[in-house]
Design a protein around this ligand. Structure first.
Ligand SMILES: [Zn+2]
Ligand SMILES: [Zn+2]
Length: 395
């Protein structure tokens, strides 16, 4: 079959109608694996052909480093889909996670994309063995090792840690995965009192030094487990051998807690990537309001559309700043829609403001300065005067 026919050509409306008509029960599941894949393009076409025939819908990324898939499979074809995966060396026995809340309509079409990476992580994969990962631990074992004093490290983005994390976890401050993992290597080096070498030379075959013998037991975790695959391989490449990772991430940890009646060592909320933004694991409040510093784990985005900055914001501050990050955003957000539209023209919707997550004090300082200016001038956006005049003239 020619490559260009191996893709969906129908409109979203048609696709939705087809899914409604179909009426077959579907199961949503996800899986990933870091594994060396050759001839990614050819594999992509072969998978498309095989999985389309099974009625699989979803979003799949494949790359020379592996596969990352979220799919919806007709429940009757789950066995055949498992067989297809197991029939391919690279994907044999790949563990999958079945979504708990599932209306079977999570995907409208099958999309398989060949990419450079399955997760954009900024690391040079050729420099280390991405398949040499840490040991996967279930919730009970993870808890036990934590109690025994293992070093627990959060591999998520800094803003995800702001509303929940494991007890005593090291929370990297960096804004990127690469920055975070390098920060972790540096921190571990300090724990060991070593000179840090972020670019280790190839194995020299020398026996382990005293310091490597004293490497701490490491526990890594992230939302769904995928980021720990790369992180654990990276740490092992740097000579750390006692590297463990939470199997299935916080999402599966929460499921195991319920199923087995375990006590959560994860405190607060788990940041999730859908419209909810977070799900509560325990009632602990680990965060603080970025605007007033009160204990708080209420997370949202600045409602001013061109700002959209991620905020941990208490109810009182949300009321005071009209769900915005600052007086200047509030001023825009409270204008009539048509004036906002004129003001927005030509402005980027991507926030150029410094992220407040690592510098809430900076945000508070900016708020104080803006309040002073506002009291003095009555506006933080003098350009609004001309916009308002034009709007009034045309009205
Ligand atoms: Zn507040
Ligand atoms: Zn804002």
């Amino acid at each position: 079959m020619e490559a260009h026919r191996l893709r969906n050509l129908r409109s979203p409306g048609e696709l939705r109608a087809r899914l409604e008509r179909e009426g077959t029960p579907r199961t949503t599941l996800s899986f990933y694996r870091y594994v060396r894949l050759n001839t990614v393009e050819e594999l992509r076409h072969a998978l498309y052909q095989a999985w389309e025939a099974l009625g699989v819908l979803g979003r799949i990324y494949i790359a020379p480093e592996g596969i990352n898939a979220q799919v919806s499979v007709p429940t009757a074809n789950l066995g055949a889909f498992r067989q297809d995966l197991d029939g391919r060396d690279a994907f044999r026995a790949v563990p999958w996670k079945i979504a708990v809340e599932d209306d079977g309509k999570s995907f409208l079409k099958l999309m398989i994309k060949a990419r450079k990476k399955i997760v954009a992580d900024g690391l040079d994969d050729d420099a280390f063995d991405v398949t040499n990962v840490g040991q996967h631990l279930d919730a009970a074992t993870f808890n036990r090792k934590l109690e025994e004093g293992a070093l627990v490290i959060d591999m998520r983005n800094n803003y995800e840690c702001a509303i929940g994390h494991f007890e005593g976890a090291y929370l990297p401050k960096a804004d990127t995965f690469r920055g975070a993992i390098e920060e972790v290597v540096e921190m571990l080096g300090k724990v060991n009192g070593e000179d840090v070498d972020t670019n280790p030379q190839p194995e020299t075959g020398q026996p382990a030094t005293d310091s490597t013998l004293h490497h701490p037991e490491i526990l890594l975790y992230c939302t769904g487990g995928i980021r720990c695959e790369k992180a654990s391989a990276y740490l092992k490449h740097h000579g750390y051998n006692k590297v463990n990772q939470l199997h299935g991430g916080i999402i599966d940890y929460a499921r195991q807690l319920k199923a087995m009646g375990l006590k959560s060592k994860y405190l607060g909320q788990n940041f999730v990537f859908d419209e909810r933004l977070s799900e509560r694991i325990t009632d602990d409040v680990v965060g603080t309001c970025m605007q007033c510093g009160a204990p708080c784990d209420r997370i949202g985005n600045c409602h001013e559309a061109t700002c959209n900055m991620l905020l941990v914001q208490c109810e009182a501050c949300a009321a005071k700043y009209a769900d915005c990050c600052s007086p200047s955003c509030r001023e825009i957000h409270l204008l009539p829609m048509e004036v906002q539209r004129v003001w927005r023209k030509g402005r980027s919707t991507r926030s150029t403001k410094t992220k407040a997550i690592n510098d809430p004090e900076g945000l508070r300082k900016r708020i104080r300065e803006e309040e002073e200016l506002l009291a003095l001038r009555g506006t933080l956006h003098p350009e609004l005067t001309s916009i308002n005049q034009k709007e009034e003239a045309s009205a």
